[in-house]
Every structure is written in structure tokens, then in C-alpha cells.
Design a protein around this ligand. Sequence first.
Ligand SMILES: Cc1ncc(COP(=O)(O)O)c(C=O)c1O
Length: 413
Amino acid sequence: MTSAQFDFAPLLPAGLPAPAAKWTGLAKYSFVGGNNDPAEVPVDGLIEAVNAVLKREGKTLATYGLASGPQGYRPLREFLTGKLKRDAGIDCVADDILIVSGSLQALDLVNQSLLAHGDTVVIEQDTYQGSLNRLIRLGVNVVGIPLDDRGMRMDALAEALADLERRRITPKYIYTIPTVQNPTGTIMPEGRRAELLKLSQQYGVPIFEDDCYADLIWDGKRPPALYAMSNNGGVIHIGSFSKSIAPALRVGFIVAPWQMLSRMLALKTDAGSGALEQMVLAEYCAPHFTSHVPKLTRGLRAKLDTLMEALNEQFGTAAEFEDPKGGIFLWVKLPDNVDTLKLYQSALAAGVAINPGPEWSTDKAYARSRLRLCFASPSHEQIREGVAVLADVCRREFGVPARSANVEKRTRT
Ligand SMILES: Cc1ncc(COP(=O)(O)O)c(C=O)c1O
């Protein structure tokens, strides 16, 4: 019997996720995924770093965890303590940090250590699809809080927490992406962060702060992290090198009180994340991170400008969006009659990949005519061509933009 004939189906336990689809390659015009700009990967610097660190410390690869212990390569954790203090105001030591395989693993570890089927969590109404899908798969009840141009709305959060308390439900955490929110691109100002912390304390609900885009801000200025502002230790903070350096390295981190970090460390049963990536990052980032990031964000800002111009040109006033303060994506509203789940199918057939809004929101009706466009990975030319193809498909399927759209250009304030 060949392995192709063996039927594994009767052996599979209940509750497995649906099988993964086979990889068919990127679309010709790919506006999906958190991919970075290939031109901005600091290849030469990484080559220098890998040579230097392997010559000096290569033999430590013989030991699990590089003799730095199970929390990850110590020089990388030390780089992070300095960076987090400087940028986010976080006071922590290397032992407060756990290096993980991308912040996706951080999401899994936080969820595994806190959540059980039937629990409730509070999240932003429009949110990262990867976080939302995880919660749904775990059978967790999700309460979505609407956002405005300053992130999660505190009036709505206060109402939701009071309502849950009346129903004797204590949510396990409040999940937020406060610094360049995915997908809306907003940054929560310091005052609102203080309000959020107050509500968290009042209702005894910890905050789960996902800061993976915090390095990608056009003017480089960010409010302090919720973790830094908290005075009761009730915040778990996660971050990543995916957006600042390269996602394929798969290196992220968790900063949390030892009471929680020790639980997550016990659940991280892979004997440590890839060591070479950690070594290269530490070696590269210590001298270069602060000059690399502004260069990266200048390139991203230029691509965002190209995307917004192309949308104006092709869709006119039919495409509405705010100019985000950073990040790699734009959250776009099309006229109400456009169903972006359908648009997604037709656009893909024409070679354009987009993220349909309903997959990025707890409110499927609100997000029906919205879509997320990532602009980091396509070239300027692909952005212009891809938006033109998208507009053609959208016109054919939904009658918008009207033919005259590229005459009727918006004036933006
Ligand atoms: C908000 C958010 N969190 C976490 C992740 C996971 O990123 P990574 O695992 O590459 O660090 C992403 C990826 O796009 C994201 O947008």
C-alpha cells in the first residue's frame, strides 16, 4: 500500500481546523499579508551580522538555547530592553522577555495560558484577522468595541464592561493594537490609554497589548506603551521584528510579569525559537536599528502616497479612507452596495488579491463594503496597475466607480 492510499481521516480527532489549502503563489497584484518591502530588507547588514556573530559565537549553536537559557538569546533580549525603554517607555530586564517564533506564537501562548472554550474576551471591532480567527477557533465569545480616529472607543468599552458585569461575565482580557491599529491605522493617544488602563483596573480585566507595528510611524513619535503606563502589572505586551526587519525571520517577543511569562514558557514546548535568526537580529539591530527604521518608513510612506493617489485617480470619491499615521495597510470604505467578499473573488480571478473587510471585523455588516489594502510589498508600478484592475473589476461587478470617477477627484484635507 502506498502512503497516498492510506486513509488518515478516521484517525483525526474532533475539533481540528479545516485542512490548509495548497500554496498557489502570490497574486500578480498582491495587497494582502503583512509582507514587507523587499527593497528595504537590509541584506548587506544582515550578511555582515551573520558572519560576525557566527565567527564569534557559532559554536554555541551546539547547545539548545545557545547557553542563554530557554527565554531566548540574551543579547537580543538586552537589545530589546534598551529599545523598549527608549521608544515605548517600558522598564524591563532581559528576564521579563520571552523570544518567540513571530508574534503569532505570542498570540497562541497568551491564548493557551488564559483561555478556555466558552470564555469571553473584549477586542477592537475591526481587528487583525489572525487574532480573530484564533479566538473563534478556540470557541471564545468575542465582544467587539467600535473604533474612531483615536482607536478603541472608551465610551463603548465602558458600556460593554458594565453590561458584561451585569451578566456576571468577567472577560479574560481586552485585546488591543493601540499603536498603528490593524486594519484602521489609528494610534491611541496617551490620554485614551490612561482611560483604558483605568477601566481595566476598575473591572479587573487585564490588557493584551499587540504592538507589532509600533516601529512604523511616519514621524517616529509614539505614545508610551500601555505596559509602561500600567501601575498594577495587568498588561501583557507583545512585539515583533516582522514589520521592522523581515517577517520570514519569524522572531517576536513577549514582555509580561513572571507569573504569566513562566506559564507561557512552560507552554512553549519547541525548545526555543530559531537561534540563528536571533543571533543575526541582535548583531544587526544593536548598531543599525535606529538608522534602518526611518529609511524603511520613508519608503513605506512613499508607497502609501502612491496607493492613495491611485485610489483617488481610479475610484474618485467612491473610495473613502483616512491617511494613516504609519503601518503597511489602508482601510478603505467603498459604496454600500459593494460586497467586498464578492469583490475579493472576482478581483482574485483578475490577479488582484485584497483582504475583504468582513474577515477583519466582528461586525460583518459594517465591514461588508470595506477592504484592507497592504502596500508594503508591491512595487509602485504594481500598486498603480493593481488599483486600476481592481477599479475595472469593481465597476463591472457593482457599477462603482462610475465611469466619470477619474474626472471627479477628491480634494483631501
Ligand atoms: C496585529 C498583528 N499581530 C500579530 C501579527 C503576527 O506577526 P508575526 O508573527 O509575523 O510577528 C500580525 C501580522 O501581520 C499583526 O498584524
